[in-house]
Design a protein around this ligand. Structure first.
Ligand SMILES: [Mn+2]
Length: 268
């Protein structure tokens, strides 16, 4: 089985087709061409770039097409996906946002509710809220937080926040699903706060090891932290994942919004 992952898209949908085509996972009509391959998106469809909803549309369709031929396409929930869902559920200024989407006006976080203000100040794009359908929102709210593929533990964030939600993958995923279907503002706010952690495993292989001892796997594959933010590399040169913590961790966030050309990583 061939296993591929693609990191944080952040509204840069326009770059995604070529990245998937380069690995022959989709054809020139953007149809699944990966056969029985497995493709994971690592979370953060939205924000910091103009079009996250088209990426969701693509992955939802590819999921169906892949399943029909024995392949599999799936995605992890990222904090920016949670952010957009929080605005869709709790936002008190959605009319203002939708109007901004139609007039391309700028929205200031100013006096807005905490969810809307947090989203806007983290690169929220009015058109994504305007276009997000209830079906897409429900698909996002059901995405797993963690997944195990062979020895690879897939997580969106290089953070230990997941430990607050359970000690098995199934328990954490159920806790996330429940939270993302709830009206508990404090729980949503706490989760978004916890997601602000980055680089928990950087120079801390022992912590990474403990994390895999809880959830399984030998290697943590994550997005969330652009590789160039850690290494200081020029964005244009970031064309492959960053292995660190003695090979225990792999950062696959290509930093598309920082100017990275992106990549799809095939796991061994
Ligand atoms: Mn993230």
């Amino acid at each position: 089985m061939m296993l591929y992952v693609i990191g944080d898209i952040h509204g840069h949908y326009n770059m995604v087709p070529a990245l998937l085509q380069a690995q022959n996972l989709i054809d020139e009509d953007l149809k699944w061409a990966g056969g029985d391959a497995v493709l994971w998106f690592m979370g953060d469809f939205f924000d910091r770039g103009p079009d996250g909803v088209s990426a969701v549309e693509l992955f939802m369709r590819l999921q169906q097409e892949a399943a029909a031929v024995g392949g599999r396409v799936d995605a992890l929930i990222g904090n920016h996906d949670v952010l957009l869902l929080s605005v869709a559920r709790f936002g008190q200024f959605n009319e203002t946002i939708l109007e901004a989407a139609s007039t391309e006006a700028t929205v200031e976080p100013g006096d807005m509710d905490e969810f809307t203000a947090g989203w806007i100040s983290n690169g929220g794009v009015p058109m994504d809220l305007a276009r997000l359908t209830p079906e897409q929102a429900e698909w996002l709210a059901n995405l797993p937080a963690l997944a195990l593929e062979g020895d690879n533990l897939l997580v969106h964030a290089d953070s230990t926040l997941y430990l607050h939600y359970g000690s098995t993958i199934e328990a954490v995923n159920e806790a996330f699903r429940n939270l993302l279907h709830s009206d508990d503002r404090e729980a949503w706010g706490l989760l978004l706060d916890q997601f602000s952690e980055h680089e928990a495993f950087w120079r801390d292989a022992a912590k990474a090891h403990r994390f895999t001892q809880v959830f399984g796997g030998r290697q943590i594959i994550h997005g969330h932290t652009p590789i160039m933010k850690i290494t200081g590399a020029l964005p244009g040169t970031v064309t492959e994942p960053l292995l660190y913590a003695g090979g225990r961790c792999v950062d696959v966030d290509p930093g598309l919004y920082r100017g990275g050309p992106g990549f799809v990583y095939q796991l061994k």
